[in-house]
Design a protein around this ligand. Structure first.
Ligand code: ADP
Ligand code: MG
Length: 481
């Protein structure tokens, strides 16, 4: 089968749970993992006579995400009822935005500069979540938990402009990073606060019209989004090769088997009978409020990467790792205000700090070494007073595990400061050379490259304390005589 004749077309629909304390239309708690049915006021349960009241914070978070994704904001907004019958939807309708999504258009960048691509968004709209049906609590019944009903979501819908599973992964990673940076959503796919449906079709290269699409549900990790799309594209290509029709349907991904299977076809699709919700008055976004939100937004990863490359002369890769989460970026930026050694600060973050946090399964937020102390440790090395390997293996762990001692005092107490004491270094040089007489002979016969080996040996014997310049000078004196 020659699969190169087909182009893959993907559009994603991503639901992100907003990080508000309370639900979209009432004061019920939104905390995940509570005892079932403990966050269920009469509004959540849709009792007759209750009235929804819009949560302003949810609107603010949706606006923030829209601004971060370069969307156009709708000034006049209203909510619509999307009617359908389902046990986890007590009202019999979901409150959503239908014809006026709060954010229109916009894009998320993926890839590297020069080869970057903008993934175009169709819209971002606000809606409430449904409850949860639990099918495995008892053999006989399905159990219902309404804690999640009414929790605020934004749905982010892309245009059908994603061309491969890899692009879908890059888009989701970047989107999740933006959501987290903005404190809009915690991005946790296992807990369901970020969910993705993938729409997939294929067409012959050069064809203008889109092919028949399939929507894949139940993708609970970015890896599974990739696996599901890959499986689906292959399935579609095989059907096309056999001249069999691709039917428009909703499919589910089975993560264990690694395949997709049909859930329902287009004929079974609902008619949602949308209409404006009469209980919720339209709401307007005012210019002063939008300005206030803009002012409150942190710099985005993309802006920070550019800044790190230009102002701190870091490689793109280093800048990307440092900006992967906002807390790490902010820690690094604190360091750059405390020491002019930007490159060294980056190397400390990417080396000892990163390894330490990994070993301790800890995030930077829990890291006990404050930037001021970290900066003075960096300066100690930059000033040539302590060797980097000594600082990272002996001083850093003490400080990271909570020592409140000043790095200089600590280095002094542990006798780790480099010394310029000539007679002391002399002794180390003699010891080093005495250890390898044959290498000394080789050097004297002309193998000058061995100098590095001797320097290394002195460093080892002195535990990094020998001043490197003086070491070089004394070694040369000794070897060249
Ligand atoms: P629906 O009304 O079935 O939900 P929409 O037009 O609203 O369809 O699109 C839903 C999602 O499906 C969007 O992300 C869109 O980009 C994507 N999509 C639409 N048509 C196709 C297609 N032919 N191939 C792949 N994705 C598509
Ligand atoms: Mg859809």
């Amino acid at each position: 089968m020659d699969v190169r004749i087909y182009e893959t077309v993907i559009g994603l629909e991503v639901h992100a749970q907003l990080l508000t304390k309370t639900k979209l239309f009432c004061a019920d708690d939104t905390t995940f993992g509570a005892e079932p049915n403990t966050h269920i006021s009469p509004v959540t349960l849709g009792y007759p006579g209750t009235l929804p009241v819009l949560n302003k914070e949810a609107v603010r978070l949706a606006v923030k995400m829209g601004l971060a994704c370069h969307c156009e904001l709708e000034s006049r907004n209203y909510f619509a009822r999307k009617n359908y019958f389902y046990p986890d939807l007590p009202k019999g309708y979901q409150i959503s935005q239908h014809t006026t999504p709060i954010c229109k258009g916009g894009y998320v960048r993926i890839g590297i500069p020069g080869e970057e691509k903008k993934i175009q968004l169709n819209r971002i709209h606000l809606e409430e979540d449904a409850g949860k049906s639990l099918h495995d609590k008892t053999d006989e019944f399905t159990s219902l938990d309404f804690n999640r009903a009414g929790v605020p979501l934004i749905e982010i819908v892309t245009e059908p402009c994603i061309s491969s599973p890899e692009e879908a992964v890059a888009f989701l990673n970047n989107l999740r990073r933006i959501l987290r940076y903005m404190d809009v959503c915690d991005g946790n796919m296992e807990q369901g606060s970020l969910r993705c449906d993938a729409n997939v079709s294929i067409r012959k290269w050069g064809d203008k019209a889109l092919g028949v699409k399939v929507e894949i549900k139940n993708l609970n990790s970015i890896r599974n989004v990739k696996r599901a799309i890959e499986y689906e594209v292959t399935r579609m290509q095989e059907l096309a090769e056999k001249k069999q029709p691709i039917v428009q349907e909703t499919r589910s991904f089975d993560a264990l088997a690694g395949n997709t299977f049909s859930m329902r076809s287009k004929e079974e699709a609902n008619d949602y009978r949308y209409f404006p919700d009469p209980d919720l008055p339209p709401f307007d976004l005012t210019i002063p409020w939008l300005d206030e939100i803009k002012q409150s937004m942190p710099a985005l990863p993309e802006q920070r990467i550019t800044q790190y490359m230009q102002a701190f002369h870091l490689s793109r890769y280093d800048a990307e790792v440092l900006t992967d989460d906002r807390e790490t970026a902010e820690y690094f930026e604190s360091l750059t205000r405390l020491t002019p050694a930007y490159k060294a600060a980056a190397n400390w973050m990417l080396g000892p700090v990163k390894s330490y946090l990994n070993e301790q399964s800890m995030t930077i937020t829990a890291f006990r070494l404050k930037p001021v102390v970290m900066a003075s440790l960096i300066n100690l090395v930059e000033d040539g007073r302590v060797h980097f390997s000594t600082a990272s293996s002996k001083i850093f762990p003490e400080l990271a595990s909570g020592s409140s001692e000043d790095p200089v005092a600590l280095a002094t107490r542990l006798h780790l400061l480099q010394t310029g004491d000539e007679s002391q270094i002399h002794e180390w040089v003699n010891q080093a050379l005495a250890k390898m007489p044959d290498k000394v002979l080789e050097y004297q016969k002309g193998k000058k490259g061995l100098l590095g080996l001797f320097v290394g040996e002195v460093k080892k014997i002195s535990e990094g304390k020998a001043d490197p310049l003086l070491t070089n000078k004394l070694l040369l004196q000794k070897l060249e005589k």
